[in-house]
Design a binder for this molecule. Structure first.
Ligand SMILES: *Cc1c(COP(=O)(O)O)cnc(C)c1O
Length: 428
């Protein structure tokens, strides 16, 4: 007879941890069913788009050189535009990561004298240097583009009064980050983003609204471009790459804005016409095809982690019952030892590099040591099971990904196993 429990035991998970996890999992059936329904809807959305755009075997052919008439690339961009319900899209291996995609969208559509506004508080860490909040070579600030920010109110609500005051004749583009990233504010639902965009446009109709969509794709059945966003931007080594894309970023949106992105990515005059896809197209298409179910697996993992650690008395964001708007789960372990043990467990559950031991190190760009656990097929991919935590108060670990729910579950059980082994959790 099939005995899953023995298999967990063989992999180093003790019976008490397995039983505790099973008990938690048993309470999550309804939520998992709801996630599967969203995945089902999004799976249809993706397949429908691929059919409509006549994806064919020719799309997977290797294109080299300038890449004029690269049918795979052009068809993929049509598919993205179809999924996001936008006029156009730019989806390229030459966009190296999410930060690059965001920097590109901003630099392509802002000009000297323009102002950028973030009405949702501080943007993602790496954007501080893009914008010039932290002085940096090549920042938007160096090109005479100013920046303004309106923080969220206590509890995470939009500060409409101050947003209204911050919008002025220079305001050209508003950037809205959907996911909390590595902050403790809540992530926004697509409908909340829609309300914010409507408010901004009621004050200044021609302002460009851009959404940093990282970690949010396919979590809901609609995307920010369905509620008024002029551009949505993200990374292919997160949700929409489905774990298969080895590199890349996307920007979907209004045609004139996306054309500008093309001119900035390659060169004025050339734009989207060039940029050979170098054999990655099959992984981009196939990854996109898998993305709805991969995202669903990661979401189940996040919810499972929240409930396991909440039950053990830790503070978790989002909490065990809240609705989800991205795939990131924060767990406040409260001690450096807790963060380290958690990450060791995640590493030990990986299919790749499971035998290495992650350690905190002074990573460039961070003001404390950081520990990262990842044993991924694509280096640095955070749609794959991964966790990281800065070694500073409140000693929180950020957990995300898992290409399958089953693997995410193993990772979370292993993190708990390590906390038990280190004597940090004594009662299950
Ligand atoms: C990951 C992320 C980014 C940056 O993407 P990279 O691929 O790491 O450069 C930007 N914004 C948010 C919200 C993210 O989660």
């Amino acid at each position: 007879m099939l005995n899953i429990e023995d298999m967990y035991l063989e992999m180093g998970i003790r019976r008490e941890v397995y039983d505790f996890g099973s008990q938690i999992e048993g309470t999550l059936k309804e939520r998992f069913d709801a996630i599967d329904k969203v995945a089902e809807y999004n799976q249809l959305k993706v397949v429908h788009a691929m059919q409509k755009c006549k994806v064919n075997a020719g799309c997977f052919k290797y294109a080299s050189g300038y890449g004029y008439d690269d049918p795979g690339r052009d068809t993929l961009e049509e598919v993205y535009a179809e999924i996001f319900h936008t006029e156009s899209a730019l989806v390229r291996p030459q966009i190296t990561c999410g930060t690059h995609a965001l920097a590109l969208a901003l630099a392509a559509n802002l000009r000297p004298g323009d102002e950028l506004l973030s009405p949702v508080g501080k943007p993602y860490d790496t954007l501080e240097e893009v914008i010039g909040i932290r002085p940096s070579n090549g920042s938007l600030a160096e090109y005479g583009i100013s920046y303004r920010q309106v923080d969220l109110l206590e509890g995470g609500a939009f500060d409409y009064d101050n947003i209204k005051k911050a919008i002025n004749e220079k305001t050209k583009l508003v950037t809205i980050q959907r996911s909390k990233g590595y902050q403790t504010r809540p992530s926004f639902s697509v409908s909340q983003i829609g309300e914010l965009i409507a408010f901004v446009k009621s004050i200044k109709p021609d302002v460009i609204c851009m959404v940093d969509n990282c970690y949010g794709e396919f979590v809901e059945t609609i995307e920010p471009s369905d509620v008024g966003a002029d551009m949505v931007v993200g990374s292919l080594i997160k949700n929409p790459g489905g774990g298969l894309a080895p590199i890349g970023g996307y920007i979907a949106g209004r045609k004139d804005l996306i054309d500008n992105c093309g001119y900035r990515l390659t060169s004025p005059g050339l734009g989207k016409e060039v940029g050979a896809s170098l054999g990655v197209m099959q992984s981009f298409f196939q990854g996109l095809f898998l993305a709805p179910t991969v995202t669903a697996g990661a979401l189940k993992g996040a919810i499972f982690a929240a409930n396991v650690y909440e039950k053990l008395g830790y503070s978790v964001i989002p909490n065990g019952t809240e609705s989800r708007h991205d795939i990131i789960q924060a767990v406040e372990l409260g001690t450096p030892e807790g963060v380290i043990a958690f990450c060791k467990g995640i590493q030990a559950a990986a299919p790749v590099d499971s035998y290495v031991t992650p350690e905190p190190w002074p990573m460039p760009g961070y003001d404390s040591d950081v520990i990262m656990a990842a044993g991924a097929f694509v280096q640095g991919s955070s749609i794959e099971l991964s966790a990281d935590g800065p070694i500073k108060e409140p000693y929180a670990v950020y957990f995300q990904g898992g290409l399958t729910w089953q693997h995410a579950k193993l990772g979370i059980l292993m993190s708990l196993e390590y906390l038990v082994r280190e004597g940090l959790v004594t009662k299950l």
